[in-house]
Design a protein around this ligand. Structure first.
Ligand code: GLO
Ligand code: MG
Length: 343
């Protein structure tokens, strides 16, 4: 088994099944119960939003500091590590019009101060990774914001955080739409372009989510290769997605096994994980699951990843090279499919 990979997920991946059209269908597990699942399911990295760590991201710092320290102890006791902290910049009344790109300077200031606190929280729980999912950095109608000014605002935010802590790294998790009609900086490539406009490009990289790439009409494996080539793939959110519609967060490989195989292949070939990167998941259980069986999407995604690692490693690469040299891609096509089918 390819157990040298380390796996992570966020506590929000064990959830009540509520969606935009219906209320919860399962009771919430307590945070302590969720932590127990990490061990049971073979995960040791925990992804956090700032307010997964602290009960109120607007509370006085002394309270947040104490809560973060308590949480760190809880993680240590269980042998778990924090993978990243992402400021949750999309739920607060101050971020209705966006956080980094709000038209109001006062609201942008709120977002920046909150993000600095997220870094302080990250330091207390032992991670240097800050994730930016720019959920509301876009528009419902194009005329409501200046798109070039928005880019400048994003770079200013990045620079302010890089300056706030000379050790942290910022990982952009790009998504082309949802909740916004259209996002600024919709893809990995866009964000990497902006990284080079910052004061310290070496500390700005990406987290790539499979479903987000698919929503943008892109192949997630190629997106990962693009970031790997630049030394900027610092985390992933593996999942699956049935076409370009709303973000489905389906279990990894559950829609397109071959697409999943190619993600694992590119990660494996380029040494992903060997500098401590986690194989992160961002998956949702189907609304139809009862509470007792509402973590199987995590179990399944991890198992499929590990099985695909075995298939990547057992692929006859010499035969692949022969078929490439002969330019017989039809034969190569069948060869790959037979390998996946197990023939
Ligand atoms: C939503 C995103 C979201 C982020 C998480 C961490 O589409 O995938 O779940 O991954 O908030 O930043
Ligand atoms: Mg995600």
């Amino acid at each position: 088994m390819a157990t040298e990979y380390r796996f992570s997920f966020g506590p929000w991946n064990i959830h009540t099944g509520a969606d935009a059209f219906g209320p919860p269908v399962r009771d919430e597990f307590s945070f302590a119960e969720k932590l127990q699942f990490y061990e049971d399911l073979g995960f040791d990295g925990v992804q956090f939003h700032d307010d997964d760590v602290v009960s109120d991201a607007d509370a006085p710092w002394s309270q947040q500091e104490q809560e973060a320290k308590d949480l760190k102890k809880l993680l240590d006791d269980r042998g778990l590590v924090a993978e990243f902290v992402a400021p949750r910049l999309w739920e607060h009344p101050n971020t209705i019009d966006g956080a980094l790109t709000a038209n109001s300077a006062e609201m942008r200031r709120y977002a920046l101060e909150r993000s600095k606190r997220a870094i302080d929280i990250a330091n207390l729980i032992g991670t240097k990774n800050i994730v930016l999912w720019p959920a509301r950095e876009g528009t419902y109608i194009r005329e409501s914001k200046d798109p070039a000014a928005a880019l400048e605002q994003i770079v200013e935010w990045l620079n302010a955080l890089l300056e706030h802590d000379p050790e942290i790294r910022i990982l952009g998790e790009m998504k082309p739409n949802e909740p916004m009609d259209q996002s600024y900086v919709p893809t990995t490539g866009h964000f990497v372009g902006l990284a080079y406009k910052t004061a310290d490009p070496d500390r700005v990289g990406v987290l790539i989510e499979s479903a987000h790439a698919i929503l943008a009409g892109l192949d997630p494996a190629d997106e990962m290769a693009y970031a790997l080539y630049q030394g900027k793939l610092w985390s992933v959110h593996l999942n699956d997605q049935n076409g370009p519609k709303f973000d489905e967060d389906k279990a990894f490989g559950s829609v397109d096994l071959r697409r999943a195989f190619n993600q694992v292949r590119v990660l494996e070939k380029h040494g992903y994980g060997r500098s401590g990167e986690f194989v992160g998941l961002d998956v949702k259980a189907m609304r139809t699951q009862s509470k007792e069986v509402s973590t199987k999407h995590l179990r399944n995604s991890r198992a499929v990843f590990l099985r695909l690692v075995e298939l990547v490693r057992s692929l006859d690469e010499r035969r692949v090279q022969e078929l490439i040299a002969a330019r017989d891609y039809e034969e190569l096509d069948l060869f790959i499919m037979q390998h996946l089918i197990g023939q």
